[in-house]
Write a protein that binds this ligand. Structure first.
Ligand code: ATP
Length: 364
């Protein structure tokens, strides 16, 4: 096991694209660190630089305390798992899993012990004589994990390893990966654009955009306290809602106001300076107004129901409020008709206020 430390690492491709810009990031020994961000934000480039498949333009990379910028990939004690499995089609499962060990001149008796041990762990024993073409997608991905695990590297690098699997299998494999990580305790850097994978697998999550780190923290930290509008919007599905308005301080009460909507603000939002601002509220922070919470019109948001989606455990209400379309995720189930007026309340304790110019979260 090993720590992976990137200091001021940048990558500029020959076509002048700056894919990674001044990255400072440490994956601690034994940690499961997830790099997450939209397409093209530099996740794969970062992983490939750590693997030694891509040259580092500037900055330093240390693996287990040792400067690794110029080490050959085979000398880095890292094993990479790819989205497309990258199995050798002409080799049987056993030989695919043995490949990395044999390349490192491991004795055949040791190869056998290690491959069988990993095959047992991953439930691949029955498949060792098959070739990849005779395996399902999930089985192929399991072989790819097995090949990486058999090598016993200090670090696993995983590039969207589950994204070719169907939704159901993804959930199963996610659980298996989490259990494997708990058992093996190997430092893992995992790339995904799927924020559910990021939130469920990561000890910590590094949210990236346009080659830059926006925030690093535990899944709960980045979800509950996003440093800016980008992070707030990227994590969570459906996305956080944003309402442009103004923070006012009437007498002793602080409020957020836009049109007829006036939301009294709780403690953490009171300290935000008065003036133009953007309120961020997650879909699950809304509730349908009821006789219990309708005592005061303050905090009551009214709009027209445009779309209603039933997702089983909850309903997603797409509500037009003047020129904004908000999405509320509610568990209440009264009869609602598309086109009718809907009243919502929002939990201001969980809301955020963002700077309209910089996008910075003013309430963290
Ligand atoms: P995705 O989720 O789509 O895989 P990503 O976050 O992994 O995206 P990268 O593949 O690292 O992003 O790409 C980052 C940027 O670098 C993009 O603008 C991409 O077009 C560019 N890029 C990637 N590889 C090369 C290359 N070999 N030559 C030039 N530019 C590249």
């Amino acid at each position: 096991m090993a720590e992976v430390k990137l200091d001021s690492v940048s990558k500029v491709y020959p076509n002048k694209v700056k894919a990674v810009d001044d990255f400072n990031l440490t994956a601690h020994d034994g940690e499961f660190l997830v790099l997450v961000g939209p397409s093209g934000c530099g996740k794969t480039t970062t992983l490939r630089m750590i693997a030694g498949l891509e040259e580092i333009t500037s900055g330093s990379l240390r693996i287990g305390g040792k400067l690794a910028n110029d080490l050959e990939p085979k000398d880095r004690s890292v094993a990479m798992v790819f989205q497309n499995y990258a199995l050798y089609p002409h080799m049987k499962v056993f030989d695919n899993m043995a490949f990395g060990l044999r390349a490192r001149k491991t004795s055949e008796s040791e190869v056998k012990v290690r491959v069988l041990e990993v095959a047992e762990k991953l439930g691949l024993n029955e498949l060792l004589d098959r070739k990849p073409a005779a395996l399902s997608g999930g089985q192929r991905q399991r072989v790819a994990f097995g090949r990486a695990i058999a090598r016993r590297p200090a670090v696993f690098l995983m590039d969207e390893p589950l994204s070719n699997l169907d939704a159901r299998l993804r959930v199963t494999m996610r659980r298996e990966l989490a259990i494997l990580h708990r058992e093996l305790g190997t430092t893992t850097i995992y790339v995904t654009h799927d924020q559910v994978e990021a939130m469920t697998l990561g000890d910590r999550v590094c949210v990236m955009n346009e080659g830059v780190i926006r925030q690093v923290g535990t899944p709960k930290e980045v979800y509950d306290h996003p440093v800016d509008r980008f992070v707030g919007e990227f994590l969570g599905s459906p996305s956080m809602n944003f309402l442009e308005g103004e923070k006012t301080d009437r007498d002793v009460d602080s409020c957020f106001a836009t049109g007829d909507f006036v939301l009294p603000l709780r403690q953490h939002l009171k300290k935000v300076p008065s003036g133009k601002t953007i309120l961020g509220a997650r879909p699950e922070d809304f509730s349908l107004a009821s006789s219990e919470n309708m005592d005061s019109r303050d905090g009551l948001l009214e709009g027209t129901l445009e779309v209603l989606e039933d997702v089983g455990e909850a309903r997603l209400l797409h509500i037009r409020v003047t020129d904004s379309l908000l999405v509320a995720k509610v568990t209440e189930r009264p009869d609602l008709e598309v086109g009718s007026k809907v009243s919502l309340t929002v939990d201001s304790e969980r809301c955020h206020l963002f700077d309209p110019d910089t996008g910075k979260n003013l309430s963290v």
